[in-house]
Design a protein around this ligand. Structure first.
Ligand code: PHE
Length: 333
């Protein structure tokens, strides 16, 4: 029995056969079991000897069965793993994921900075009324920026906004005071295209209105913003300027980003990078135009060109690259 059984066990190739053989030899009615059961018929002196042999054979068969079973189970598992394996290095024709345009990345960075200072982000339309783009902003009837040669008119009272300042007007009219907002977006002016000019460009605008807001608040806010954006060693210089919608007004220069103030060709050895921002205290007339009590409230506003900031930040020397959507350019960011 032992010999035949071991031989058959060795030849097993299917897991189900293991159980069949176990039943055949070791089951209740199995060959070996009947030997053990028939022990009673043997002479008393033969019983221990035959019993011992039979028990040893049973142990041996059990071991053999367990080991084949283990081997087959293992094999089955391995086959299955092989069959279900995925080659993760295989190339597919899946579409490549895009990434942020450097301009959008800059806008989001600027917005995040202002959000961290308690500002809310608002948006306004690119097609604006002359009222919001000029009139409410206290721009004189004869101001040169209103000229057909400077502004894209859609009708007599509708223009492509020439700056993001009309979003201030909308925010003040809709939300009133107090207010703390920034707004970024596309702006349009009748400019010839060259490496630093484009008829479509981008601005970010900020506005704070509350009781007792003064010029010191303006300077402090912008100084912090500029240090956060470009580094702690940044210095600022506020030069008196004129905007119809702010009084007093200033233009802000910052330390030259190339030489960090030492003097280089980029800054004509002045150490300053010119006109990063325009800013000022909101003109009382503008507040009144938007229904805000200019006796109770005051505010400051600022605006900056983000194309230029993006160009300095990423070392881009031609504004046209930002708008041509050439993949060879975009893939570098
Ligand atoms: N709107 C101005 C411009 O386009 C910038 C500005 C915004 C200046 C807010 C002062 C206050 O040049």
């Amino acid at each position: 029995i032992k010999e035949i059984a071991l031989d058959r066990i060795e030849k097993i190739s299917e897991l189900e056969e293991v159980e069949q053989l176990r039943v055949k030899y070791l089951g209740k009615k199995g060959d070996l079991t009947s030997v053990l059961r028939d022990m009673g018929k043997l002479a008393a002196e033969e019983r221990p000897i035959i019993g011992q042999v039979a028990n040893e054979i049973r142990d041996e068969l059990e071991d053999a069965i367990a080991s084949v079973k283990g081997k087959l189970t293992e094999e089955l598992k391995r086959n299955r793993i092989n069959k279900e394996k995925i080659d993760i290095t295989m190339t597919t024709n899946k579409k490549k994921l895009g990434h942020k345009h450097p301009l959008l990345a800059t806008i989001e960075e600027l917005e995040d900075l202002f959000i961290s200072m308690g500002f809310s982000v608002v948006v306004g339309p690119e097609i604006e009324t002359v009222e919001n783009n000029f009139d409410a902003l206290n721009s004189p009837e004869n101001h040169p920026s209103r000229d057909l040669s400077d502004t894209f008119y859609i009708t007599d009272d509708i223009v492509l906004r020439t700056h993001t300042s009309p979003v201030q007007i909308r925010a003040m009219k809709e939300m009133g005071a107090p207010l703390r907002i920034v707004s970024a977006g596309r702006t349009f002016r009748f400019d010839d295209v060259d490496d630093t000019h484009s008829p479509m460009f981008h601005q970010l605008e900020g506005l704070v209105i509350d009781e007792n807001i003064n010029m010191a608040n303006l300077i402090h806010t912008l100084d912090i913003f500029i240090k956060e954006l470009f580094g702690d060693d940044m210095k600022t210089r506020y030069r008196p300027h004129h905007f119809p919608f702010t009084e007093p007004s200033a233009e802000v220069d910052v330390t030259c980003l190339k030489c960090r103030g030492k003097g280089c060709t980029a800054c004509n050895f002045t150490g300053w990078s010119m006109e990063l921002l325009g800013c000022g205290m909101v003109h009382p007339k503008v507040l009144e135009n938007c229904g805000i009590d200019s006796e109770k409230y005051s505010g400051f506003a600022f605006g900056m060109g983000i194309d230029r900031i993006t160009m300095v930040k990423y070392g881009i020397n031609d504004i046209r690259l930002l708008f041509e959507n050439d993949n060879r350019f975009l893939e570098q960011f």
